[in-house]
Design a protein around this ligand. Structure first.
Ligand code: NAD
Ligand code: 2HG
Length: 526
């Protein structure tokens, strides 16, 4: 197995690769995109920090690549959906640098409030500007922490030690949890209104990019100071500049930028702004932690298929993955089917494991159901790591049950999706060793392969119904690859699942809905 380290990695990590049996490691840092693309086909694993851009184009050339490992947290430089499509596991090291980064945020806040960088520069220029560089105490001041995750929680704790009054906003952490840690949980409006210092520790997501913008600055106290050691762009740079020039914001400390490096932007040159070149994680201790962690994870993955800290796969050993892998695919497809069948927002999902699962740990399977449910809604933004949080964000309650009983099959998974308007029940099992099958939808028994472009048609069980559907599709040159019919346990209706070579256009779906024996037509994509 060949490993390429394409960004600076702590020596201890490199030594672990060199000493691992069956692994050959090359360290080639600072490569241009084309140079990296030219050699990537030789490698099974790629180890990066933030400099290497793992694009779809690079992944296309990476024909042997099995895993990308990030020594650190942020994966903004990796096209995760493209990696997932190509079956490449993407891992990071979520805890190795959190203390270091939290300490940097505190250091930046202190340096900003006491004008330390400006004082240094002024002395170097031969000046002695005591009056101009008078600072402020942080004692008894209010620190607003946005994002109470791994780093935000450490920052809050350290700030308490400095005798600041810490208030926290994180809509995905319960107020009880924040209060139990001895802090006050507040909404964003209250945080803006009360904080003397604001520090952001949220991930860079669609809804956090630009979250601290002009409108947010308007709500803040006059003279507030802002720290961003999370990701560039969470604080809108141009709005921040305007707020500083207007005197609303008294200063900002930035470790991260919308574009890195940021160049000679007016914000960077402003005397009320202090900056570091994305140094949040740059301590010897953190770099050793993340290098050792990623080396261990990649060595274990290459040797035994063990997946730890992957963002596009559940964390399981290679042995467990081999056993539950088919159920993960089944669960993902069942979730995806439910999302396309139901009407109204889903408020509850019940995952029932029925029959013999040989004492397997099935919690990743429930996660796969949620991932499948959310995929048609948020596309590739959902993964095995964030599926539960995203479900919670959308108010979806998730329950898991298991029973030794299973009708018809040795084992099956039942997924109930309860919306504000209806309940939909889908059952699935594995045929042979790994083939997912949907075996029941509400009252209809069937054996459906959930794959490709499909349509679910409910129709009256009378001669001629299938013929009229086939004729309509034929007229539009749409080839039916497979047809599966499920019958109602009692009643006069059928459901038909068609798999077509191409998606069925909206106007053809509308025409099928007009056929005399057809009740409903639902296009499905897997
Ligand atoms: N400067 C650096 O070198 C450096 C180093 C490590 C991490 N980071 C960055 O620091 C940030 C925090 O990392 P972490 O490990 O603490 O992440 P984390 O996932 O542990 O915590 C993030 C928290 O943000 C919360 N959150 C999400 N959306 C939110 C919103 N709209 N409002 C309020 N809270 C919200 C989440 O609930 C979570 O609790 C990330 O952006 C990460 O990339 C920077
Ligand atoms: O590797 C780095 O120095 C950046 C680290 C940090 O931004 C991270 O996301 O872990």
């Amino acid at each position: 197995m060949k490993v390429l380290v394409s960004d600076n990695l702590g020596e201890d990590g490199i030594r672990m690769f060199q000493e691992a049996s069956g692994i050959e490691v090359d360290v080639k840092t600072g490569l241009e995109a084309d140079a990296l693309k030219a050699i990537i086909a030789d490698y099974d694993a790629l180890v990066i920090r933030s400099a290497t851009k793992v694009t779809e184009e690079l992944l296309q050339a990476a024909t042997r690549l099995k895993v990308v490992g990030r020594a650190g947290i942020g994966l903004d430089n990796v096209d995760i959906p493209a990696a997932t499509r190509r079956g490449v596991v993407v891992m990071n090291t979520p805890t190795g640098n959190v203390v270091t980064t939290a300490e940097h945020a505190i250091a930046m806040m202190l340096a900003l409030t006491r004008n330390i960088p400006t004082g240094t520069a002024s002395l170097r220029d031969g000046r002695w500007e005591k009056k101009k560089l008078q600072g402020r105490e942080i004692f008894n001041k209010v620190l607003g922490v946005i994002g109470y995750g791994k780093i935000g929680a450490i920052v809050a704790d350290r700030a308490r030690g400095l005798k600041m009054n810490v208030i926290i906003h994180d809509p995905f952490v319960t107020p009880e949890q924040i209060e139990k840690a001895g802090f006050e949980s507040v909404d964003l409006e209250a945080l803006y209104a009360r904080a003397d210092y604001i520090t952001v520790h949220v991930p860079k997501l669609k809804n956090t990019v630009g979250m601290v913008d002009r409108a947010a600055f308007d709500k803040m106290k006059d003279g507030v100071m802002v720290v961003n050691c999370a990701r560039g762009g969470i604080v809108n740079e141009s709005d921040l500049y305007d707020a500083i020039v207007a005197g609303k914001v008294a200063g900002a400390a930035l470790d991260v930028f919308e574009t890195e490096p940021p160049g000679q932007a007016p914000l960077i040159s402003h005397e009320r702004v202090i900056c570091t070149p994305h140094l949040g994680a740059s301590t010897r201790e953190a770099q050793t932690n993340v290098a050792v962690a990623i080396a261990r994870q990649i060595i274990d993955f290459l040797a035994a298929g063990t997946v730890v800290n992957a963002v596009n796969m559940p964390s399981v050993t290679g042995e467990v993955l081999e056993k539950i892998g088919p159920y993960l695919t089944l669960a993902d497809r069942m979730g995806c089917l439910q999302a396309q069948l139901v009407q109204g927002p889903i408020k509850e999902v019940v995952v029932e494991f029925c029959g013999d699962f040989r004492e397997l740990d099935l919690s990743p399977v429930s996660t796969a159901v949620l991932k499948g449910i959310l995929t048609p809604v948020v596309k590739d933004d959902v993964n095995f790591v964030n599926a539960h949080v995203m479900a919670q964000q959308r108010g979806i309650k998730v329950t898991e049950t298991s029973t030794a009983e299973s009708d018809y099959y040795v084992n099956q998974i039942i997924v109930r999706a309860i919306t504000t308007e209806m309940e939909s029940v889908v059952s699935g099992t594995i045929f042979g060793k790994k083939d997912p099958r949907i075996v029941k939808i509400d009252k209809f028994r069937l054996e459906m392969i959930p794959h490709g472009h499909m349509a679910l048609i409910q129709n009256i069980d009378k001669p001629g119904s299938i013929g009229e559907i086939g004729t309509t599709l034929g007229r539009y040159n749409i080839n039916i690859g497979r047809m599966q019919v499920g019958q109602e346990e009692e009643g006069d209706r059928n459901i038909i699942f068609l798999t077509t070579d191409t998606p069925i256009p909206e106007e053809v779906v509308a025409e099928m809905r007009q056929l005399s024996l057809v009740k409903t037509v639902t296009p499905l994509e897997f």
